[in-house]
Design a protein around this ligand. Structure first.
Ligand code: XMP
Length: 595
């Protein structure tokens, strides 16, 4: 199939480029700069952004000769500068980074901007600029601070844009991508629904002569992977195994087994491995360590199951519902920083992949495409549109700790100075959560904010305060807000993953899930258990309802305040539950899950 290839130099928005291309119904693939060579299916190439600079000695480039390329090439940000440099242009670093919305003027000659008005607002994030173009190249857009905002060499169909057409802040960015695709001469051929037969064929050939074992979490990815395998090879060769890790939601394992039986899988099996998982996680507090332990425990459980089920281990393959972003966010490319190691990308699994004993039929797709596939395969709406739940389950939603992460005097002072100037009361909490800032993982404090009794701001004000706070305070990556004033002194107490902490979180999570079940706009709603307690020993929790398309970026869901009050009242009826906070941070800078 003809495709547009995105060469990933580690930019934060590489996936957004791939998504934008697929929205034009053209297949896109993300590749590693040092391993990619164009082939007969490459209809066009896009170079991504990067946290690196092309002015550095250590800059990353591609391994093929771009002057001999016979398909169109588009460079974005770093990619734009890299093209200019490879053809002999000049790039300079500036002291100031141009960041955010910028007004630019498009030139009439620009083939990439066909159909667009000459004045456009685009989104930029760069410190380097092209200051001298290579021979035969012409400028196609300028701004007051960046004379070469875009260029082209139309005879060779080479284009560069300093701005990011792939992000939604560039209002007409999609049109730029569409124009590039039409310059590549590729038609709207890609639709995930039309790809099912190809997927079925490849499952059949990969699994020839083998039986399939698939671990079913209850989430949409593993269910769609299962439905595909069942369609490809029939249910007799498949064993669907649901492992109750003890870290599932309230009564989830029961519900999963019911789904599996309704799907007609006679070979569905439930293993209660809660003692194993909880035992291994006892006193583990580091988020990456949790994921690694859980990934390895799944593999161990699977091997034990196979050993008791069959004498011929080589006759089995493991099916995983890994989707496209999982591989990249785990540091799937050398250049993208590892934000989180997904539990299905731990070393034990990597080794099985290398040995050819894993099938991942969904590894090319984004979540919304997986849902389309699920619908096409006839899975019911309640399954296909379930809110995602991470494989490691509630383990990554219990912020286990041995005690407070002490704040330095500077951190305390920064928070104090900040809170003095603003309309919100705020304190930095001495705990940490994961975020994604720039192109890297951060592990920083959350800021807790609230208003004086009697004042209640609009969502827009709360959200803009949150983004200002994260931009101005380098020690935080997340803001949580309390609907009610925080009038008691809160403190950190040790918290671990055990039966008691899991059960309490299950009860809270279940009420929140029931009360919000009908809100289709909420894409996912993690509830996080904090090691923060009131003086009388009541534990605090955070709600994290988000709006998203594919988890790559997320916005805060603006819950009706009356509903939020109702949820808080209901949840606080559970013994031992204290304040309920609301996460008001977008992704980036915070990730969806706290760990
Ligand atoms: P973050 O927290 O990175 O999450 O913004 C993006 C999406 O991925 C889910 N997630 C996971 N899913 N194994 C999974 O199967 C994991 O280790 C894992 N970590 C995060 C998360 O719930 C969200 O939908």
């Amino acid at each position: 199939m003809k495709k547009i290839v995105i060469v990933d130099f580690g930019g934060q928005y590489t996936h957004m480029i791939a998504r934008r291309v697929r929205e034009c119904k053209v297949y896109s693939e993300i590749v590693h700069p040092e391993r990619f060579v164009p082939d007969e299916n490459t209809a066009g190439i896009i170079f991504s952004g990067s946290p690196k600079s092309v002015t550095d000695e250590s800059m990353t480039s591609v391994k093929f000769d771009i002057s001999k390329l016979n398909v169109p090439l588009l460079g974005i940000c770093y990619g734009h500068q890299l093209i200019a440099r490879l053809f002999g242009g000049k790039i300079e670093s500036h002291q100031f980074r141009e960041y955010g919305n910028v007004d630019i003027l498009l030139f009439e000659n620009a083939n990439l901007f066909k159909g667009l008005e000459e004045n456009q607002t685009v989104w930029m994030s760069h410190g380097d600029s092209v200051v001298q173009l290579p021979e035969n190249f012409e400028v196609t857009a300028s701004s007051t601070s960046t004379p070469v905002c875009a260029f082209q060499d139309i005879s060779r169909k080479i284009f560069g844009v300093q701005f990011h057409p792939e992000v939604s802040h560039t209002k007409n960015g999609q049109k730029v991508i569409e124009n590039f695709i039409s310059l590549c001469g590729i038609g709207a051929e890609w639709a995930v629904e039309n790809y099912i037969d190809t997927l079925l064929d490849s499952i059949r050939s990969e699994s020839a002569g083998k039986n399939l074992l698939i671990l079913i979490s209850g989430g949409v990815d593993s269910l769609v992977a299962l439905a595909l395998c069942a369609r490809a090879v029939g249910t007799e060769r498949i064993v669907a195994l649901h492992v109750d890790t003890g870290l599932m939601r309230y009564e989830e394992s029961k519900a999963v087994m019911t789904f599996l039986h309704e799907l007609g899988l006679a070979n569905a099996q439930l293993i209660d491995a809660s003692d194993k998982f909880l035992g291994k996680l006892k006193e583990v507090t580091e988020p990456e360590e949790k994921r690694k332990i859980i990934g390895a425990a799944f593999v161990e459980t699977m091997h034990e199951f196979l050993a008791s089920h069959s004498s011929e281990l080589t006759k089995w393959m493991l099916v995983q519902g890994t989707i496209y972003p999982d591989t990249i966010e785990s540091g799937g490319t050398e250049f993208a920083g590892a934000i989180k190691t997904h539990h299905n990308r731990v070393p034990e699994i990597e080794q099985m992949i290398a040995e050819g004993s894993v099938i991942e039929p969904l590894k090319e797709f984004y979540k919304d495409e997986v849902r389309l596939l699920g619908r096409q395969l006839g899975l019911p709406h309640e399954l296909v549109d379930r809110r995602p739940f991470p494989g490691p389950g509630l383990a990554i939603r219990i912020l286990a700790t041995e005690g407070a992460d002490k704040l330095s005097p500077e951190e305390t002072m920064q928070a104090y100075m900040f809170s003095k100037q603003k309309e919100f009361e705020s304190i930095i909490l001495p705990i940490k959560s994961v975020g994604v800032q720039g192109d890297d993982r951060t592990y920083r404090h959350p800021l807790l904010v609230w208003q004086e009794s009697g004042t209640r701001f609009q969502w827009s004000k709360i959200k803009s305060f949150a983004s200002l706070a994260v931009n101005l305070q380098s020690t935080i990556n997340r803001v949580i807000w309390s609907l009610y004033p925080v009038t008691e002194t809160l403190s950190v107490r040790p918290l671990f993953i055990d039966k008691r902490s899991v059960e309490l979180l299950q009860l809270v999570d279940n009420i929140v899930a029931e009360k919000t079940a009908d809100i289709a706009d909420i894409w996912q709603l993690p509830v996080v258990s904090l090691p923060i307690f009131t003086p009388d020993g009541k534990q605090c929790f955070v709600l994290r309802p988000i709006v998203s398309a594919d988890a790559m970026t997320a916005d805060v869901y603006e819950m009706d305040f009356a509903l939020l009050e109702e949820i808080i009242t209901e949840v606080q009826k559970i013994e031992g539950v204290g304040y309920i906070f609301y996460d008001v941070t977008t992704k980036p800078p915070a990730t969806i899950e706290w760990e």
